[in-house]
Design a protein around this ligand. Structure first.
Ligand SMILES: Cc1cc2nc3c(=O)[nH]c(=O)nc-3n(C[C@H](O)[C@H](O)[C@H](O)COP(=O)(O)OP(=O)(O)OC[C@H]3O[C@@H](n4cnc5c(N)ncnc54)[C@H](O)[C@@H]3O)c2cc1C
Length: 218
């Protein structure tokens, strides 16, 4: 779905880097492991990192009922969410034109608490599988006490923008003759060999969904 950019989400600074279609936005949202949520409490802006997951056109978040973050975002006030994936360092000939290649998303909206038990479980399943696909079916599900202690909040991905920078440094024409190395340094992110918990029973071998994950790059 194409979101028509309103004034709030329209990328003004280098507008050709702005995208508003669901496909581009969802791909970045799904690849990033965590996000930052901002809100204003008593006139003070806060920005707090947390885990997210996407269910169709909604983001879902979870946390302790007692958490300030969860209380604030479930109260229905305006919040914004930023998601960033860093792909490359961009080294220009001049300090001025140094940059980064990235894919990022900014989303605005109002959080809505999820109270229905089945919907809450679905959101927690999405969050668990966002951390590592397949984990929900393997690990013990939350019991009623844990569910009661957990708040789950959703946010419709309606007002959203993606911004993407790719490519080489953009130097000033007169700087291309400078004796300075220039280019990009790709940054790859991968998981390393898992370290077993010291209390792991020796009969429990590493499941396939974990060994597949560490073989993959993300
Ligand atoms: C890893 C990284 C490093 C960066 N480093 C710098 C830096 O050093 N200096 C710098 O000036 N900028 C940097 N940027 C770009 C920065 O995020 C802003 O896009 C830029 O500063 C313009 O901000 P603005 O509020 O003036 O944008 P405007 O274009 O006025 O913002 C209008 C709307 O566009 C959308 N938008 C703006 N930026 C983004 C974004 N990054 N992702 C998704 N939507 C966006 C939002 O919906 C926003 O409300 C970086 C971005 C990333 C991801």
């Amino acid at each position: 779905m194409k979101h028509k950019p309103n004034k709030k989400v329209k990328v003004n600074r280098i507008p050709e880097r702005g995208f508003y279609d669901s496909e581009t936005i969802y791909k970045i949202v799904d690849e990033a492991l965590y996000c930052h949520i901002s809100f204003i409490q008593d006139g003070q802006p806060f920005i707090i990192p947390t885990i997210h997951a996407r269910i169709n056109d909604r983001l879902v978040f979870h946390g302790a009922k007692a958490s300030r973050l969860l209380k604030q975002i479930s109260s229905g006030k305006e919040i914004s969410v930023a998601i960033t994936i860093l792909d490359e360092l961009v080294l220009a000939r001049s300090v001025f034109h140094h940059s980064m290649n990235y894919r990022s998303v900014v989303i605005f909206g109002k959080g809505e608490p999820i109270k229905n038990k089945n919907e809450k479980l679905k959101a927690l399943e999405a969050i668990t599988n966002h951390i590592i696909p397949g984990r929900w079916n393997d690990a013990r599900k939350p019991n009623d006490k844990e569910l009661n202690a957990t708040s789950v909040v959703s946010l419709k991905i309606n007002e959203a923008s993606a911004k993407i920078r790719t490519g080489p440094p953009k130097d000033d024409e007169e700087d291309y003759d400078l004796p300075v190395w220039a280019g990009v340094i790709p940054l790859s992110k991968k998981f390393e060999q898992p370290k077993e918990d010291s209390k792991l029973k020796p009969e429990f071998l590493l499941p396939d969904y974990i060994s597949n994950l560490i073989k993959s790059k993300f």
